[in-house]
Design a protein around this ligand. Structure first.
Ligand SMILES: [Zn+2]
Length: 414
């Protein structure tokens, strides 16, 4: 069926074309998805050229599975790891082809022919398919998860040196959960220290004694929750709801609708809490403490991390500390008169904390950040304008946010 577009360009713009694409289900080739497209797209190149309808596709990697989908199978090749293309490092998949009587395979991504290891060899049938194909999920399913080996091939690449603050020892242990009491920290910061690049805090303790290695072994991902404790956030109830949501995600519970919620963070991860308004509040969550110890950093232009241990903890080992903190924080900030926040400083210290770990920053932000690196200030000439045709312009003169975004994408960064 073709597409008949009827509209009067002088009266109405053409209606947008809505096409619902089904997610590519495991094991289904793209050709099996095509019938769902035929309802809304021309079926021939000639018709497509005549209509000239632009086509776009929104892809969501690692999307949540639909309940109707079969689970993604897990394939374990043991210590050797999954076969990969010698040239592009693509993984073996259903669209690879097999040559040389099964001793080589052609990568469908780059066309390179790689050797088949002795452990993975299988003879071919008359159709040049491996005879063991029916038993190989990685050769049948469009989506599989591979268990990878401990080989350094899968280790993380270390970030650029400029992103690794010298006061955090490589590779990672200083900020990981520690069972020993944390030493006194928060050394005094000299006001004469050298200025740092925006969004990249400079070191205040030269503890680094050796250059970091080029790679690091992958570790479970740390999650840092950063919560806005400005007046707007607290008065609106946003801050209290944020604390409740974090507790729910950490330990599960019953939500407002009476539904049972399971913990949503994976086993083995570590978590940290950071609150901010016109300063940064770090929390030592070490499990041996009766309650979390708070350390406040007011230097938001060149922020630093005042903790060597206890910033990231196992949420189950430190459960009592975390629960007590998240339940008491809303009352602690009740009546605050601080209205400004420094989100750019949060990104700076997050990058510093996670640069050699990788990790995940989850920000609960209720106000526009008007302090610190990347402060978003209103244009003076337009601030008082109430004309809806001339909205207030927010200036970002030093592109600090763009830089922070790029730095966060660097290997082993947040
Ligand atoms: Zn390849």
């Amino acid at each position: 069926m073709g597409l008949r577009a009827v509209h009067d360009p002088h009266r109405h713009p053409p209606a947008p074309l809505h096409i619902r694409l089904r997610r590519h289900r495991p094991g289904k080739r793209l050709s099996q998805v095509h019938p769902s497209l035929h309802l809304g797209l021309p079926h021939s190149s000639r018709l497509a050229n005549e209509l000239d309808i632009p086509l776009f596709v929104v892809l969501q990697p690692f999307a949540e599975l639909d309940p109707r989908d079969e689970p993604v199978p897990v394939v374990n090749f043991g210590p050797d790891g999954p076969p990969r293309c010698d040239q592009c490092k693509g993984y073996v998949n259903p669209w690879c082809t097999w040559i040389a009587e099964g001793w080589r395979w052609m990568c469908n991504l780059c066309g390179h022919a790689s050797e088949v290891g002795a452990n993975y060899y299988s003879p071919l049938d008359p159709h040049l398919l491996r005879v063991d194909q029916p038993n190989r999920l990685e050769l049948q399913k469009g989506t599989v998860d591979f268990v990878v080996s401990d080989a350094s091939e899968y280790w993380e690449v270390q970030p650029p040196t400029r992103l690794a603050p010298s006061y955090i020892l490589p590779p990672a242990p200083p900020l990981l959960p520690s069972s020993s009491p944390s030493p006194p920290t928060s050394p005094p910061r000299s006001s004469t220290s050298a200025p740092s690049t925006p969004m990249t805090p400079s070191g205040f303790m030269a503890l680094q004694t050796a250059p970091p290695p080029d790679t690091r072994k992958p570790t479970p991902m740390p999650h840092l929750f950063a919560l806005d404790v400005s007046q707007t956030s607290v008065v609106s109830g946003f801050f209290r709801s944020s604390c409740d949501a974090i507790l729910l995600s950490l330990y599960g519970g019953i939500d407002q609708d009476g539904n049972t919620i399971a913990p949503s963070l994976p086993e083995g991860c570590s978590v940290g809490i950071l609150t901010f308004d016109n300063s940064l509040h770090f929390y030592d969550l070490s499990p041996h403490l009766e309650s979390a110890r708070v350390l406040i950093v007011s230097d938001i232009d060149e922020p630093f991390i005042p903790l060597r241990t206890g910033l990231f903890v196992d949420p189950h080992e430190s459960r009592s500390v975390l629960e007590q903190l998240l339940q008491s924080l809303p009352a602690r900030h009740e009546g605050t008169l601080v209205s400004q926040t420094c989100l750019g400083s949060v990104l700076s210290v997050t990058l510093a904390a996670l640069t050699r770990l990788g990790g995940h920053l989850i920000v609960f932000q209720a106000t526009r950040p008007t302090l610190g690196p990347g402060a978003l200030l209103e244009s003076p000439s337009l601030t008082s304008s109430s004309d809806p045709d001339h909205p207030i312009t927010i200036h970002d003169p030093d592109a600090a946010w763009e830089n922070a975004g790029e730095d966060s994408q660097k290997p082993a960064s947040a």
